[in-house]
Design a protein around this ligand. Structure first.
Ligand code: DP6
Length: 322
């Protein structure tokens, strides 16, 4: 059977940066993310008895050997669940460049989990899909349900999954994806970076803080408290990068353009144009703001020499078959 699915990417508000079980990808802390409507991966999976091996194709680009092996491992998880041993053909494409801090593994493994499980004859619930996607890439478990999502760190494989938070958007929440020039593919993947973070002397403290920030975020969303929400967004960005910078050896994902964006966003805030910055494992900045400020912030950031472009995203939907 052949099934095609689309999943949107997500940007973490409370960051996942550390595993307590590498194989199962169980995180050291819970996290929260916003699904992005502008970035997605589309993946088609076909299982056929006539295939003698798994074939993985990436339209408009190339997968590294390591990435292909990771996809095949995920097919293996799906085959185990469906109790089949048929080989598959996977064809995938992103509408954005992968591995530059724009979280392609999140949308990638979410789309693969949905398309793959359906093509294997399974009809998994969102929770089951989230558990499956998590094992491919942690952040992928947050790209199943759409909207704003919390990933409960859980106790074991079955209790570590993500689900949508109830949120009545009175802000017109927007995410500005600010692409910094010359940002080649990130050199240190999230998987590698996280391993090194465990050696940071601040790790334990950072984990406790993340759990508090999950609670603060959920409360701020429920109460539509923009100020607290914004504070947590930035605190979490700097918590993650404090961990990367104090890893052994240190990792610095930022570029000069990243800092220039921070400084402009902070300046605008003094004039009540309120955006809040966050950065994943790369140099690009996501500015979280309200609809009323999109134009002013975009115009200002587009003038920065090191900014290639600003893409305006809203809140995206969950993974779906197309
Ligand atoms: C910085 O989900 O890519 O984007 O589980 O090893 O595949 P693996 O890591 P991944 O890590 C994402 C890290 C982050 C923060 C986040 O999305 O929470």
């Amino acid at each position: 059977m052949k099934v095609k699915a689309r999943a949107n990417s997500n940007i973490a508000i409370v960051k996942y940066w550390g595993k307590r079980d590498e194989k199962l990808r169980l995180p050291t802390n819970s996290s929260v993310s916003i699904t992005l409507d502008k970035l997605w991966t589309e993946t088609e999976v076909e299982f056929d008895k006539n295939f003698d091996k798994d074939v993985i194709e990436y339209i408009d680009g190339k997968f590294r050997k390591k990435e292909i092996l990771r996809i095949i491992e995920h097919l293996e998880r799906i085959r185990n669940l469906a109790k089949i041993n048929t080989k598959a053909r996977v064809v995938t494409r992103n509408n954005f460049e992968k591995a530059a801090g724009m979280a392609s593994s999140a949308s990638g493994f979410a789309a693969l989990s949905l398309a793959g499980s359906r093509a294997a004859g399974l009809n998994l619930s969102d929770k089951e899909l989230s558990i499956l996607a998590r094992q491919g890439s942690g952040s992928a478990c947050r790209s199943i349900s759409g909207g704003i999502v919390v990933w409960h760190k859980g106790e074991d494989n079955q209790s570590s999954y993500a689900e949508q938070i109830k949120f009545n958007d009175q802000w017109g929440l927007r995410i500005l994806l600010v692409k910094i020039k010359d940002s080649k593919e990130k050199k240190i993947s999230s998987t590698e970076g996280m391993k090194k973070a465990l050696l940071s002397p601040y790790f334990k403290l950072a984990i406790d803080e993340a759990e508090k920030n999950v609670k603060r975020t959920v409360k701020a969303l429920r109460e539509n408290d923009w100020k607290v929400f914004g504070e947590v967004v930035e605190a979490e960005c700097f918590r993650l990068h404090m961990l990367t910078m104090t890893s052994k050896p240190p990792i610095i994902y930022w570029k000069p353009g990243t800092l220039e964006v921070f400084s402009q966003v902070f300046e605008m805030r003094k004039k009540r144009v309120e955006g809040f910055v966050t950065v994943d494992a790369g140099s690009h900045v996501h500015v979280i703001c309200r609809e009323k400020d999109v134009e002013k912030i975009t115009m200002k950031l587009n003038k920065i020499r090191d900014v290639e472009r600003v893409l305006v995203s809203g809140i995206g939907k969950g993974a779906r078959v197309i």
